[in-house]
Design a protein around this ligand. Structure first.
Ligand code: 13P
Length: 283
């Protein structure tokens, strides 16, 4: 059975580690993430953006994730990542997703609260949970493109009000990470993170964790991050390994053969990220 992110994140918050949320796209990526998490006995969150769910199909993703949870007897949450459309969120929660991020970070503060609250009321009624973002991350995630100059850090006092008025279960914070790879020097605002942590009770989420040095992610976890989102760092090695296979085997056409090096490359990263988060043996 799929679980929500609630218990796994509260446990992580208490014991000071983080649960990794991996962006998945298809059977191959789900099976690599879940198999590796099972080997390391780590709780895990499978996250799908609107683009991914449009590509793979919500029904298929729910069925695969359920089958994986049963096969490995592991706490697995199936999460909607960066959804902006409330009706879509409702539709996928009805289908069996257990957790949703409503990203209304483009809206002003009052409208952000209003939209998020609507999703929270719906999700809680269904036994699902909600993550929302205050502030705005730069970079590229799917069709969501935010120029670095439009990125906005999370204000600790507004974060407190936001969490209290919306009733969200976890809060995504903007403290300097961005989606995708970093062009310039990466600087994280740990002071801000500590302040948010001291004012906000719910688990905190770090988006854009690819390409961030391990020591910085670990420091963020030590200061209160309990969910770490990873997409780009999985996609690149998978694609590189498949490209390299085709360079060496230009006549190849068997997906069982050319997908395998991609899965192996991805597996090594999933393992490293679980260890980085400290979620090994926490399932
Ligand atoms: P990265 O692609 O930078 O890992 O970001 C992932 C993310 O935050 C998904 O919501």
């Amino acid at each position: 059975m799929l679980v929500t992110t609630k218990e796994m994140l509260l446990k992580a918050q208490k014991e000071k580690y983080a649960v990794p949320a991996f962006n998945i796209h298809n059977l191959e990526t789900i099976s690599v993430v879940v198999e590796t998490a099972a080997e390391l006995k780590s709780p895990v969150i499978l996250a799908g953006t609107p683009g991914t769910i449009g590509y793979a199909g919500g029904e298929y993703l729910v069925a695969i994730a359920k089958a994986a949870a049963k096969k490995y007897n592991l706490p697995i949450a199936l999460h909607l990542d960066h959804f902006e459309d409330i009706e879509e969120i409702k539709k996928y929660l009805d289908l069996g997703f257990t957790s949703a991020m409503i990203d209304a970070s483009k809206e002003n503060f009052q409208n952000n609260i209003k939209k998020v609250k609507e999703v929270v009321d719906y999700a809680h009624e269904k036994g699902a949970v909600v993550e929302a973002e205050l502030g705005k991350l730069g970079g590229i995630e799917d069709d969501l493109i935010v120029d670095e100059k439009d990125a906005m850090y999370t204000d600790p006092n507004s974060a407190k009000e936001f969490v209290e008025r919306t009733g969200i279960d976890s809060l995504a914070v903007a403290i300097g990470t961005a989606h995708g790879l970093y062009k310039g020097e990466l600087k994280l605002d740990f002071q801000r993170l500590s302040e948010i942590r001291s004012k906000v009770k719910v688990p905190l989420v770090l988006h854009g964790a690819s390409d961030v040095p391990i020591n910085l992610v670990r420091k963020a976890i030590s200061l209160g991050i309990t969910k770490v989102n990873i997409a780009t760092d999985l996609k690149i090695p998978f694609a590189e390994a498949v490209k390299s296979y085709f360079r060496e085997n230009p006549e190849a056409n068997d997906p069982r053969k050319y997908m395998t090096p991609g899965k192996e490359a991805m597996k090594a990263i999933v393992e490293a990220k679980i260890k980085m988060c400290g979620s090994e043996n926490k399932a």
